[in-house]
Design a protein around this ligand. Structure first.
Ligand code: HEC
Ligand code: HEC
Length: 236
């Protein structure tokens, strides 16, 4: 048995959500994957993702390796940021991280990576910047914040398995993203989930796409050491 610290968020689903998740005909994630496949396009679709990248499977390491350091933007870029950047190379550019098309493509690419562990690592060039981002993410994880004056670690290291309102606190491994969250009635990215945790402790919520969120994402992915990606998945 793995220790509670090594469990994916999927281990904390209620029995009814577990059933829904394992039945493709009931799982809303299936529809998002269909949408992702149709957006990805195929041989017959000029200017599609397929035209430059081939089948989604050829990018199966992409979800495991983001966020990556972008020397051009001088910041970390996560998978959804890259999907938005690439959509500008097609006739249908997307805007907004929580745009349904971005999330459908993110779901598709994450599903291609199922079973693989995260492999975030310092780039050969710019290793110092990357390392500084990782350290800043680790620092944020232990910094108290908000009116509740709690840090991420107080819930996601210290209180794993405890009930908090209707949730059981997980170790916050980011393997299950993107998530279809019943209370959102939508798919959401890790960016949105992290903002929800800031709001949960009544802290000032960072803007979508902000560098704090990318640092935290990088830290969480390096912290999940060897756990396989098991998203996209359902949440309460
Ligand atoms: C007061 C407790 C609390 C604090 C502090 C908190 N969270 Fe959460 N977080 C939760 C709860 C409750 C959930 C939903 C249940 C779960 O998955 O743990 C959650 C969910 C998550 C998830 C999604 C896990 C999944 O598989 O769906 C991530 C990632 C996460 N938190 C990261 C963070 C980060 C990073 C911070 C600090 C910026 C933070 N949390 C601060 C309570 C907290
Ligand atoms: C005109 C060619 C072109 C098109 C069309 C295109 N891409 Fe890309 N894509 C690239 C290039 C070049 C890169 C390398 C990074 C960069 O320059 O942005 C890339 C990188 C990526 C990566 C990161 C790969 C990795 O392993 O790090 C992802 C994910 C991605 N593209 C997704 C998409 C999606 C989704 C679409 C369709 C909306 C798409 N791309 C359309 C050219 C394209």
């Amino acid at each position: 048995m793995p220790s509670a610290h090594q469990l994916s968020g999927n281990a904390f689903l209620s029995p009814s959500l577990k059933n829904m998740q394992s039945d493709a005909s009931l799982n809303p994630v299936s529809l998002w994957l269909d949408q992702g496949r149709s957006l990805w396009g195929g041989v017959a679709d000029p200017n599609s993702c397929f035209q430059c990248h081939g089948a989604p499977q050829t990018l199966k390491s992409a979800a495991t390796q983001h966020p990556k350091w972008s020397p051009r933007l001088n910041r970390l870029v996560n998978l959804e940021d890259q999907i938005i950047a690439c959509s500008a190379r097609t006739p249908r550019p997307f805007s907004g991280l929580e745009n349904p098309e971005v999330l459908a493509l993110s779901a598709l690419l994450h599903s291609s990576s199922q079973g693989l562990p995260f492999q975030v690592s310092a780039p050969i060039h710019h290793a110092a910047q990357w390392q500084a981002e990782l350290s800043a993410g680790a620092q944020l994880f232990t910094t108290r914040m908000g009116r509740m004056n709690l840090a991420c670690t107080h819930c996601h290291d210290v209180n794993i398995g405890k009930q908090m309102r209707a949730d059981v606190i997980s170790p916050a491994h980011p393997t299950g993203f993107p998530i279809f969250k019943m209370s959102w009635q939508s798919m959401g990215s890790i960016d949105r989930r992290l903002r929800a945790c800031f709001s949960g402790v009544q802290a000032e919520v960072p803007a979508a796409g902000s560098f704090e969120l990318r640092r935290l994402e990088l830290f969480l992915k390096s912290r999940s050491q060897g756990l396989p990606l098991d998203g996209p998945s359902l949440r309460r």
